[in-house]
Every structure is written in structure tokens, then in C-alpha cells.
Design a protein around this ligand. Structure first.
Ligand SMILES: Nc1ncnc2c1ncn2[C@@H]1O[C@H](COP(=O)(O)OP(=O)(O)O)[C@@H](O)[C@H]1O
Ligand SMILES: [Mg+2]
Length: 327
């Protein structure tokens, strides 16, 4: 955990709007607001959690930050450089300093590349080292993700490995260039619980060793609490709460965060946590575009105020903030 609050990533009012539906019938084209004017900063050396249910815009946020996609509006800065402006050598440099680990290692690995080629490829692309030194670096990266002895795995292919092993390979590849910033997008959601814990431990070790900054994306608040210094909660593309991991779990302010806590399985929950009951069984009527984004599902909402006005993210105190009129 770090005390210095120097930002490495600054996200300034980013929105991402996808067009979906049958483009043949232009009128029926529907706009999906995957992210709605999100602003936040990620500090150097921290593990920052982005939490929300499926479809809330988490992957979109990760893909925008590593520049796999461009935002519809807003700006993203890494080390004070606006990433949409990066070109040529600067862009190549960015691609080596910023890495993403994807949810599904089977899709993210090239089935035709051996483990050795997969893990060493970024060094080839960035022209780093020679055949001999590369082998040492690959060996060490594979050892650090728990693929031991590394030589036994060099000439295997993705289909010859388990899901957990494949994700370890993807992590080894992501760390091979010593990145400063790593996005891990639900890296264990396809894996068993016991393997998930091992992967979390590896991520923690790597983050420490590289002194990297980690954006950990998850639908699971308990997992985020285990790993993260700070947690941001998003609901349908809107940032609703942001604070130290401990505060967000122990003292959730937003009715949606409270509903996420209620939804944690009992074995995590124990009887330690209060139950909040802030989620309506059935959505009430309301417009999607005016008022609080959570209005239709929020049990404690005020019928007029919350349906008409959109709360902004208030700083409760220096570090814990929430977008709710009644928190
Ligand atoms: N390429 C795309 N085209 C159209 N809609 C998309 C695309 N990618 C994501 N979406 C939509 O954007 C919203 C957010 O998706 P996503 O970022 O994948 O959420 P999460 O990772 O939290 O599950 C969803 O409604 C999803 O269907
Ligand atoms: Mg996702």
C-alpha cells in the first residue's frame, strides 16, 4: 500500500456509447451508454478495484484505458500524457508500459503459439534482448506465475493446459516487459475458487515486485476487498461510489453498493455484515435518462427528487465519495 497519491492514470469525464441493433434499419439503431461521464484517478503503486454487475461497463473502461478502444467523449491521461494523442514511438512505448489481462485466457492466447513463443513475443515485438537473454527472462516470468519448472511448459500449447495454467501464461506474457500499469479484467471468473486464490496471490506478488499499479476489475466485492486499496463501484456506466476498500465494504454509502453487499454469498458474508435491503424486487417505472441512474431499482429513493435530479459524486470526506442524495 502506498501513501503517495501521485496519479498514474487520470480519467476525465469519459463516456463510451455503442450503437447496436440492426444498422440496416437506421431508425431502430439503439444507443448503449456503456460509460457515462466517468472521472477518477488511479494512484501510482496502488491496486484499484472497479466493481459492478455484468454489463455495467467494466471491460469497456479497461479497454479504453489500455487504448484498445477510443472513448466517445472525455480524456484519459497516463503520466500526464493524453493517450489519444500518442503516436509512433510514444505509442509503442505506451504499449510496453501498459498491459491487460483478459477474462478468458483461452480467447486471449493464440492457440498456435507455444507457451515460450507466447510469453517471449512482446520482447521480439519491442526488440528487447537476444535469444539467450530472452530465455532467462521468460524462465523467470514463468517461475513467478507458478509455472514450475518453467522448462516443462515451454513447448506446450494452450489446449494442452488447464484454465488456471493458461491464465498464468497470459499473466507471464503481460509482465514480461515489466509494465508500470496492468489491467486485470475479471482474471479468475472462469476459474475455480481455489485456483482464483492462487492467481490473486500471484497478482499481489507481481504488483509488489514490479512496483506496478494494478486496475483489478471484478463483479465480486469480496474479491476486490481482498486485493484492493481503493474501490470504485459503477452501475450501468455511472460511477456511484469511490473510497478505500475497507470503507466501501464496511460502510457502504450508496444503496447499490449496499445491495451488492447483501448479495455476497453467506460464507463470505458470515453474520458480520449488516443487511441493507435497498434493492427493489421489481423495477419501478422511470426514465433511463433523467434522475438517478439507480432510481428504478432503489428501495430508498425519493419518488420525485430521485426521479428528476441526477446526483453528482459528493466528496463525503477526502477519500470516500458517493453519488446519492440520501446517503
Ligand atoms: N462492442 C460492443 N458493441 C455494442 N455494445 C457493447 C460492446 N461492448 C460492450 N457493449 C455493451 O456495453 C455495456 C457494457 O459492457 P461491458 O463493458 O462489457 O460490461 P462489463 O464488463 O461490466 O460486463 C453492455 O451493455 C454491453 O452489452
Ligand atoms: Mg466484462
Amino acid at each position: 500500500m502506498k501513501n503517495d497519491k501521485e496519479p498514474i492514470v487520470q480519467i476525465d469525464k469519459i463516456s463510451k456509447i455503442y450503437k447496436s441493433g440492426r444498422s440496416f434499419f437506421k431508425d431502430s439503431e439503439k444507443k448503449i451508454i456503456a460509460l457515462n461521464q466517468i472521472s477518477l484517478q488511479i494512484h501510482k503503486g496502488e491496486i484499484f478495484g472497479l466493481v459492478g454487475e455484468s454489463g455495467s461497463g467494466k471491460t469497456t473502461a479497461g479497454r479504453l484505458i489500455v487504448k484498445l478502444e477510443e472513448p466517445t467523449a472525455g480524456k484519459i491521461y497516463i503520466d500526464n500524457n493524453e493517450i489519444s494523442q500518442l503516436k509512433g514511438k510514444e505509442l509503442k512505448d505506451f504499449r510496453s508500459r501498459v498491459q491487460m489481462i483478459f477474462q478468458d485466457p483461452y480467447q486471449s492466447l493464440n492457440p498456435q503459439l507455444s507457451v515460450y513463443d507466447t510469453v517471449s513475443e512482446p520482447m521480439t515485438i519491442h526488440n528487447i534482448g537476444n535469444a539467450e537473454t530472452r530465455q532467462d527472462v521468460v524462465w523467470e516470468a514463468m517461475r513467478s506465475v507458478g509455472l514450475s519448472p518453467p522448462d516443462d511448459f515451454f513447448y506446450r500449447f494452450p489446449h494442452q493446459m488447464s484454465g488456471g495454467q493458461r491464465q498464468r501464461v497470459a499473466i507471464a506474457r503481460a509482465i514480461i516487459l515489466n509494465p508500470e500499469f496492468i489491467v486485470a479484467d475479471e482474471p479468475t471468473s472462469m476459474l475455480d475458487a481455489s485456483i482464483s486464490i492462487q492467481i490473486f496471490k500471484i497478482l499481489l506478488e507481481i504488483q509488489k515486485k514490479l512496483n506496478a499499479t494494478l486496475l483489478f476489475i471484478s463483479h465480486n466485492l469480496a474479491a476486490a476487498r481482498y486485493l484492493c486499496d481503493r474501490i470504485a463501484v459503477i452501475y450501468r456506466g455511472n460511477l456511484v461510489e469511490l473510497g478505500p476498500g475497507r470503507d466501501v465494504i464496511k460502510n457502504p454509502k450508496h444503496p447499490y453498493t449496499q445491495a451488492l453487499i447483501d448479495a455476497l454469498p453467506k460464507y463470505v458474508h458470515g453474520n458480520k455484515f449488516k443487511r441493507y435491503g435497498t434493492l427493489l424486487k421489481e423495477e419501478r417505472e422511470g426514465s433511463e435518462n433523467v434522475g438517478c441512474p439507480f432510481f428504478r431499482r432503489c428501495k430508498v429513493a425519493h419518488r420525485t427528487k430521485c426521479s428528476r435530479e441526477r446526483p453528482s459524486l459528493n466528496r463525503e470526506n477526502d477519500s470516500h465519495s458517493v453519488s446519492c442524495f440520501y446517503s
